[in-house]
Structure formats: C-alpha cells, structure tokens
Write a protein that binds this ligand. Structure first.
Ligand code: SAM
Length: 260
C-alpha cells in the first residue's frame, strides 16, 4: 500500500494540525470550567434532570467512549494500521482531534446526579481546595512542555511535514518533575479530578472512573515505553516512584548493568 503521506500536501496536513490544536485548546479551557464548576453552561456537578439509573448509564457510557478512543488509538499496533489510511504526519493531530471530540460529547451530554459527598465551607478551606485544583491545571500544562508540548499535540509532526524535514520521535526524557515521579502529568490530572470543593455523586463517579483509567493507562504506556527504550526505562522505573513522591531518600542499589 502507498504511504498516504507522499500523496498529501504538507500545507493541508499543517492546516489540519493547526485546526486540531485550536480545538484541543478550546476543549482544555472549557474543561477547567466544566470540572471546576465555573463559567461554563454545562458542569460536572449540577442539578439532576432525570432518574439516577439513566444518568449513571449515560455518564459511564461517555467515560467509556473517551477511554476506548484514547487508549486504542495510542497503541503502536493501531498507529501502524491507521497510518496506512491517514498521513503519518497527521496521525497525532487526528488522535488529538478525536480525543477532543469525545470530550465535547462528554461536556454536552453529561448528566449531573446531585447528592453531596462533601462540601468545603466558604472561606479559607474552600479557597485552598480551589487553589489546589488550579495548581493541578498548571502542573498539567507545565508537564506537557517537559516532554514536548508541540509533539504531544501533533503540531511538530505537521510542521516538519510542511518544511520537508524528517520527523524524529521524542526521546526518553527525565527532566525536572520526571526525576521525582514517572507520571507527573497524571498527577496533575488526579489533582484536578479530586480537588473538588463540592464533591457530588456524579463528580465522584467521574473521579473514580478516571482514576481507574489512569492506573490502567499507566500499565499500557509503560509496556510501550519498555518496548521503545528497553533497559533505560526498566532502570528508571526501579528508581523512580510512579505517582507519589518518596518522602525519604532511597538507598542506592546497583543498576542491572553494574550487577552484570
Ligand atoms: C499524555 S503523556 C503522559 C506522560 C507521563 N505518563 C506523565 O504522566 O507525565 C503520554 C506520552 O508521554 C510519553 N512519555 C511518558 N514518559 C516519558 C518520558 N519519560 N520521556 C519521554 N516520553 C515519555 C509516552 O510514550 C506517551 O506517548
């Protein structure tokens, strides 16, 4: 089969990359309001409009849709097949666009369930939780730049295609926060999901499901990282905690290379 990259114009692929990035950015801004409960017309917590069973079924379906799209399309085997259909330089932008559209569906059709699990009192307690929530977003955005923000959201690939440069995938990095935990970006997400000044039943369903999803996604992602980077990632995994920073210094163990 011919590589579709060769038959598509670099300008078209780059324009698609920009469009996909713009949609992602709008979804990112909306998500801050949707999960935090400010400004946006629909929110995670809100007034229920129908029976609990129906709301639960819809919400779990929406979360499942996102989880399947986001995980299946991220696997190397899927990408190998998919890039026989879409240009290689547009693959990541396509992934970002479809992830964003799955989130638009979630924002649009989410059914609040009501029922308060906890509610931080007004004043310093509530403001502190909101502060932690916003810090989660800062952590998330900051971490994307530690790996490669523009590669993660597909712009680097389409820019390279436009310029006719050969694409080199990102290498294995452990800068800054990656020395403290292996998944700082997911720490950002978990902070965002759980730092809720008011925790309703639908927010709890959302936080539990997304936490479970992240724990599964880490297993899949690390399997791919071991395949891609081999012993370097295995050693890194041994010395660096997954999500919770160590509060004490670990006794240095000899590396596999040193043992052999
Ligand atoms: C959404 S990012 C999440 C990164 C990481 N799991 C985290 O929570 O910070 C997923 C992409 O980051 C890549 N990735 C994860 N750890 C990496 C590292 N230390 N260096 C380079 N790429 C990494 C994965 O291969 C995957 O393509």
């Amino acid at each position: 089969m011919t590589n579709p990259d060769l038959s598509k114009s670099g300008t078209g692929v780059f324009a698609f990359g920009i469009l996909s990035y713009a949609v992602f950015f709008a979804v990112f801004l909306y998500a801050i309001g949707f999960i935090g409960g400010f400004f946006t017309p629909t929110t995670l917590d809100g007034t229920p409009t129908g029976p609990v069973e129906k709301a639960l079924a819809i919400d779990i379906g929406l979360l499942g849709l996102f989880a399947v799209q986001h995980s299946v399309m991220a696997r190397p085997a899927f990408k190998r097949w998919w890039t026989t259909i879409v240009p290689e330089a547009a693959e990541r932008s396509m992934y970002v666009l479809l992830s964003s559209l799955a989130l638009v569906a979630l924002f649009t059709f989410w059914q609040p369930i009501g029922g308060i699990i906890w509610d931080a009192p007004d004043g310093w307690a509530r403001n502190t939780v909101i502060g932690i929530y916003l810090l989660g977003w800062v952590l998330l955005l900051y971490t994307t730049f530690l790996i490669d923000h523009f590669d993660l959201f597909g712009l680097r690939q389409s820019w390279n295609r436009l310029k006719g440069n050969k694409y080199t995938p990102p290498q294995f990095y452990t800068p800054s926060l990656y020395r403290i935990v292996r998944h700082p970006l997911y720490v950002g997400w978990l902070t965002i999901f759980w730092a809720a000044p008011t925790m309703t039943v639908s927010h709890l369903v959302f936080a539990l499901a997304t936490t479970a999803y992240i724990l599964i996604a880490i297993q899949l992602e690390e399997r791919d990282l071991v395949d891609a980077f081999g012993e370097r990632y295995v050693e890194y995994r041994k010395r660096t905690p997954m999500l919770l920073p160590r509060l004490w210094r670990r006794r240095e163990e000899p590396t596999t290379a040193a043992k052999a």
